[in-house]
Design a protein around this ligand. Structure first.
Ligand SMILES: [Fe+2]
Ligand SMILES: [Fe+2]
Length: 192
């Protein structure tokens, strides 16, 4: 599999719902990669998964969920449930990162994480994205897609050669540290 397949900022989708659905598929594929990687390469594949989850979930939290809160009837309840799911997944991600890919429980934890992340993605699709699509115009969804891509481009999962030093520091360290830094750049860029 090529590295291109985990660059969320370069995806072709111009509608934010299509874009996020495609990223969910990308996340699923990366779980496959981690599961199928030989033991010696598992850590590297897991790091790519952590980076993708960090930029995807943080972009949702900063751009999509706040919009859904305002636009949907009962939006606060829908979003609070999604944030709780994201929080639980992050805790397990943090634990797995600390324990490392050689931990004897790594594959069992990976299966639990996968089930939680994919259930969360299905809940977003069913309770949040479908309703958001019905409540927004195509122009609004295009604008949000541009916002998500711009946010993800500021925290590239595969920095281009040459820009490496400027962006590299963003997606290193623990999953929580990565997400905090991504959140920081998104907030600075959006003026929040
Ligand atoms: Fe999410
Ligand atoms: Fe998502």
């Amino acid at each position: 599999m090529t590295q291109h397949s985990t660059r969320p900022e370069t995806m072709k989708e111009t509608d934010v719902i299509d874009l996020l659905l495609a990223q969910h598929a990308m996340i699923r594929d990366l779980f496959d990669e981690v599961e199928q990687a030989p033991a010696g390469e598992r850590g590297e594949a897991f790091t790519r998964l952590v980076r993708l989850l960090a930029v995807h979930e943080t972009a949702e939290e900063e751009i999509i969920h706040p919009y859904a809160r305002r636009a949907l009837d009962g939006g606060d309840g829908v979003v609070d449930d999604r944030l709780e799911e994201e929080r639980e997944a992050k805790e397990l991600l943090q634990h797995m990162d600390q324990a490392g890919p050689d931990d004897p429980d790594f594959m069992a934890n990976l299966a639990v994480l996968r089930a939680a992340v994919m259930a969360h993605a299905r809940s977003e699709e069913r309770y949040e994205f479908t309703r958001l699509r019905a409540k927004t115009s195509a122009a609004e969804r295009r604008a949000m897609a541009a916002g998500v891509k711009a946010a993800e481009a500021m925290a590239p999962t595969h920095p281009h050669p040459g820009t490496e030093s400027a962006t590299k520091n963003l997606l290193v360290g623990t999953p929580v540290a990565m997400m905090d830094r991504v959140r920081d750049v998104i907030r600075k860029a959006t003026g929040h």
